[in-house]
Design a binder for this molecule. Structure first.
Ligand SMILES: Nc1ncnc2c1ncn2[C@@H]1O[C@H](COP(=O)(O)OP(=O)(O)OP(=O)(O)O)[C@@H](O)[C@H]1O
Ligand SMILES: [Mg+2]
Length: 319
């Protein structure tokens, strides 16, 4: 049976699988609304039925269903997001085994022990059936659950001496996860998770600024504006009020600065690490600032290639 590695983050589902000896990846944003969408022209609507409720994929509605809360991890909307990622991956609908993730604070308790109840609950949630209207669906027959963040450090830690340790900093859409892991992965000495500190700090501030500039839009579109903040043409095309472009840009820059400061405050509470790796979609926004903040040698500071896919690559290494 096909095995698919899935980092089901709160803002984007990241997927990785093997096909004909090649490793393929796919990313799918979590942007859904209640009810179904109409068909128009050749566009294919993605209308779903989960637990008797209708949902559809929608990238433009400003008020898409929230996915940035812990309960989302075990919700019908999470199962839907996973199925939508499968549907848009190019893989033929079939029976599949999936490896999915839970945030550190859901996976481990305060004593760094597995929270088996949460792991069981997540498995059940992911196994629920999701129907695609007028299309064939995937059937998830087996689920394995791994923690977020830590697996992304597997390959780095394997190369470290046991006396060394790596700080793994994962900045996602809504969560900051930091863990300190000993070389060779012999132990995890501390984990920290803040489910309210993520790129969303920037997204929400910029969303407000855009609303003042006559541009109410979805978080997905706001994120595209943040990513393309240095592209004058992109900004001119996507901000309705030309006079407000500078104001929006300033708001982006100042909220990125605030995000960096908050992330560095958390990092300051960790001591004794020899290496640092920064992962997650937010890495490009904060990595330089973290590098300046932690006083370690340049050759011991890493930003993952394609940081948004770092976790899903680590999941594969763990099998
Ligand atoms: N090149 C980039 N520059 C700036 N931000 C980016 C870039 N690429 C992605 N992002 C942002 O990263 C965020 C998504 O990151 P990621 O996919 O790691 O989050 P997630 O796993 O869904 O969330 P979480 O881990 O908090 O549950 C989005 O806000 C996205 O806009
Ligand atoms: Mg994540």
């Amino acid at each position: 049976m096909m095995r698919i590695f899935i980092d089901d983050g709160s803002t984007n589902i990241k997927m990785l699988w093997e096909e004909a000896g090649k490793t393929l990846t796919h990313i799918s944003p979590n942007s859904f609304k209640r009810g179904w969408s109409a068909t128009f022209g050749s566009g294919k609507p993605f209308n779903y039925l989960v637990d008797g409720e209708k949902y559809s994929f929608d990238l433009i509605t400003p008020d898409v269903l929230p996915t940035n809360n812990v309960e989302w991890q075990y919700s019908p909307l999470n199962a839907l997001a996973i199925h939508h990622a499968l549907q848009t991956s190019g893989i033929e609908p079939q029976d599949v085994e999936v490896i999915v993730t839970l945030p550190l604070a859901e996976y481990y308790d305060e004593d760094a022990q597995y929270r088996l109840d949460n792991i069981e609950r997540k498995k059940k949630s992911v196994m629920r059936s999701v129907e695609l209207n007028k299309g064939s669906g995937f059937n998830i027959t087996k689920v394995k659950v791994l923690p977020e963040s830590i697996p992304a450090g597997v390959s780095l830690c394997a190369d470290l001496k046991p006396s060394h340790s790596a700080l793994i900093v994962d900045l996602g859409g809504t969560t900051l996860d930091v863990s300190m892991v000993a070389g060779q992965m012999t132990s995890v000495s501390r984990v920290y998770g803040d489910s309210r500190l993520g790129v969303s700090l920037v997204t929400d501030a910029v969303k407000l600024a855009l609303a003042k500039a006559e541009t109410a839009t979805s978080s997905y579109n706001v994120d595209q504006i943040i990513i393309n903040r240095n592209d004058a043409e992109f900004l001119a095309e996507n901000i309705n009020d030309p006079a407000a472009i500078d104001f929006v840009k300033k708001e982006i820059m100042s909220s990125i600065e605030r995000l960096c400061k908050r992330v560095n405050d958390v990092i300051s509470s960790f001591k004794g690490y020899s290496h640092v790796i920064v992962i997650g979609g937010g890495a490009p926004l904060v990595a330089d600032s973290i590098r300046d903040h932690v006083a370690i040698r340049d050759d011991r500071f890493f930003v993952a290639d394609e940081p948004q896919f770092a976790l899903v690559r680590g999941l594969k290494l763990l099998g």
